[in-house]
Design a protein around this ligand. Structure first.
Ligand code: AMP
Length: 581
């Protein structure tokens, strides 16, 4: 890997952020001003000033009719000039609905460049990564043909099938691509673990994309390590592995019995505690590559436990709509991770967030008060400490498109700003006049989680919903608790659980406190669910088209069927006291 070459590219990109952005916008307009979508605003003129004045901020609903028309066979130049190769399907669990984003040869190249740049940064912090392998947990999901014959698939599946993946990550990944592309998740996960364990002495990092996938994979290992050891001891794969790609891939690695390795895995997994299990199984691991920012921060505690304190590195920030940024300081604490935006990836604008005064600087608040209609600002003009909604304009037909993420500007690298991921916009609990955001909820749950620590329980999954069937309505949190290393249900002390309920309530915002005091909102409830419930929730979303690799546990659920999945596994219900002191 040409680390220096790519680090130099990063320096150039970030030094010329403004020029690159201007050039990119010019190019987008030059190519796409004649599309039906833009013609309505620009009358065919590729003019940047007109673009800012006339083109409105958009959401998926605005481009959906165009996407649907393209998917149904109309020429794609109604939205973008370049040849569309297919559609990227975003997970749809964060914002609710699934979205299809067109991709082209050029946008695919950009997708593939991001991991290469991130890898160069990792190479700067960790020596010799190219001398070993990565135990990656990566999963593809099915592709669907649209009526026009183009395929829709997830961002990650598209990437796994690209030559960019083949020429980079695939070369160091313990699993051959056939296993990654196997659509039977159980077989794929099992074989990824087996093949990773067989090469454990070469593994220098354990990684996936989102933290939730790694937690799921470790929990899976808890259930199947004995069978894996049997396979390794005998040199034979289990009969239920029937996928041809998986069997073929295993045949080149599982060639002979290896009782020593089986013994050492048995010692690690059968020991007293699963604390640091990842380090025990893959002793040369230097870091864990998982995104633990935003909603993924709920997994930090459990990953710290399983990974024995190895650094959890969030390498990049990206979405189906556009590649955005890279973390240039991989060793920073998860709460301090910022992503440096790459000005060649998309034309970025930032809409200052109106509410959430806590997060605005005094200066930005003053400017904001003068401006009723807040205008988006360019990449290089963001103010430090201010929160923004991210807007992207791309060659793939997105124009001032609101991604739905809230980011805070935290610094600059050369001339390119850095952002901390704050939360998904509009993902919030909502009752009466109260709104509890993803960040509010996550902070409150973290406060309450402390009460569980002395009991040895870990919170392995949580989500919430606003229950309006009770009078008054109240917030319900679903919690899955676990004693690591066993699938036994922890014995819960109702007093402590009630304390957890009131700790959450006390940590919520001021408005919540008022509404609770006057009885507009009822006492908060925690419903403890059975072991494995959050896996079942993931399976539910995956069955609706979400990708395991891109799955993010929703912090708040509105979909009734998803609530039913959780409700069917409740083992205990606990409430905060009637009055909140
Ligand atoms: P998708 O819609 O499946 O393409 O997922 C993209 C979304 O995942 C983004 O809009 C973010 O909400 C979230 N996301 C991506 N990267 C990160 C990250 N590094 N930290 C937290 N959330 C992220």
């Amino acid at each position: 890997m040409e680390t220096d070459k790519y680090l130099k590219i990063m320096e150039e990109l970030t030094s010329n952020a403004h020029e690159m952005q201007e050039k990119l916008l010019e190019e987008i307009l030059k190519r796409n001003a004649g599309t039906e979508y833009l013609k309505g605003y620009l009358h065919g003129q590729a003019d940047k000033k007109l673009f800012k004045e006339n083109v409105p901020i958009s959401t998926y609903e605005d481009i959906m009719p165009y996407i649907d028309r393209i998917a149904n066979g109309e020429p794609s130049d109604i939205l973008l000039a370049d040849l569309v190769l297919g559609f990227l399907r975003s997970t749809g669990t964060t914002g609710g609905k699934r979205k299809l984003i067109p991709y082209t040869a050029e946008s695919l190249d950009k997708m593939c460049l991001q991991p290469i740049l991130a890898e160069a940064v990792m190479g700067k912090y960790f020596d010799g990564l190219d001398k070993g392998k990565g135990m990656y947990f990566l999963f593809a999901n099915p592709e669907v043909e649209t009526p026009c014959g183009l395929m829709e698939s997830s961002y990650t599946t598209t990437y796994f099938k690209s030559s960019g993946f083949e020429n980079s990550v695939a070369k160091i990944c313990t699993s051959p691509v056939e296993i990654i592309l196997c659509l039977d998740t159980q077989q794929s996960m099992y074989c990824q673990l087996l093949i990773g364990l067989l090469q454990s002495d070469q593994v220098l990092r354990v990684a996936t994309i989102f933290a939730s996938t790694l937690v799921r994979s470790i929990k899976f290992l808890e259930d199947c390590w004995k069978e894996l050891c049997f396979n390794i001891r005998t040199g034979r794969a289990s009969d239920w592995i029937t996928d041809a790609g998986c069997r073929n891939a295993l045949s080149s690695v599982l060639t002979e019995p290896n009782p020593e390795l089986a013994d050492s895995i048995e010692r690690a997994c059968g020991g007293q505690s699963w604390q640091g299990i990842v380090k025990k199984l893959f002793p040369k691991t230097k870091y864990i590559g998982v995104l633990v920012t935003g909603s993924m921060s709920q997994y930090i505690k459990i990953l710290d436990f399983y990974c024995g304190g190895l650094p959890l590195v969030s390498e990049y920030y990206s979405c189906s709509e556009a590649v955005c940024g890279i973390n240039l300081k991989p060793l920073s604490k998860p709460s301090e991770v910022s992503y440096t935006f790459l000005p060649n990836m998309a034309y970025f604008e930032f809409l200052p967030v109106k509410e959430d005064n806590e997060k605005l600087t005094q200066e930005s608040r003053e400017t904001e008060n003068k401006n009723e209609d807040i205008e988006p600002v360019d990449l290089v003009n963001v103010k430090l400490g201010q929160c923004y909604e991210l807007l992207v304009t791309t060659l793939t037909g997105l124009y001032r498109y609101n991604v739905g993420d809230v980011l805070m500007a935290t610094g600059f690298h050369n001339n390119a700003p850095q952002f901390r991921f704050i939360e998904r916009k509009n993902v919030a609990l909502n009752l009466e006049f109260e709104k509890t955001t993803e960040t509010d909820l996550s902070r409150a749950v973290t406060d309450a989680e402390v009460l569980l620590e002395p009991l040895g329980f870990l919170l392995v999954g949580h989500t919430s919903y606003a229950d309006t069937s009770s009078k008054p309505g109240h917030y319900v949190l679903f919690w899955e608790l676990k004693i690591p290393g066993t699938s036994d249900m922890p014995k819960l002390d109702p007093k402590i659980m009630e304390q957890c309920c009131s700790t959450v309530e006390k940590s919520l915002n001021f408005q919540y406190g008022i509404q609770r005091k006057y009885g507009v909102i009822g006492p908060l409830e925690i419903r403890v669910v059975k072991y494995g419930t959050f896996d079942a929730l993931m399976d539910f979303y995956v069955s609706r088209g979400a990708s395991i690799t891109q799955y993010k546990t929703p912090c708040c659920i509105k979909l009734e069927d998803a609530i039913n999945v959780l409700d069917s596994k409740v083992v205990g219900r606990y409430f905060s006291p009637k009055t909140l002191d």
